[in-house]
Unconditional design. Structure first.
Length: 74
């Protein structure tokens, strides 16, 4: 039997993307920086940046700036 996380990973392409979607969905008002996202998603910064670019391209999240660093929000 396939677990729910494996099904979601197959549907959405990667475990990091599934975790990011879930994090933004459950925290729509929160703003995250890359370091925080990498820690919360339990993934490397390069993997997180790759997934953020995809989510940004489809309009799921938006990119901003705060004190000279990139921030991401739903």
């Amino acid at each position: 039997m396939t677990s729910k996380s494996n099904i979601l990973e197959k549907l959405f392409g990667s475990q990091t993307r599934v975790r990011a979607l879930r994090l933004f969905l459950l925290n729509p008002e929160e703003v995250f920086d890359i370091k925080t996202l990498a820690r919360r998603l339990r993934a490397g910064r390069s993997s997180v940046k790759k997934e953020l670019r995809l989510l940004l391209d489809v309009g799921y999240i938006r990119k901003g700036a705060k004190e000279a660093s990139e921030v991401w929000a739903k």
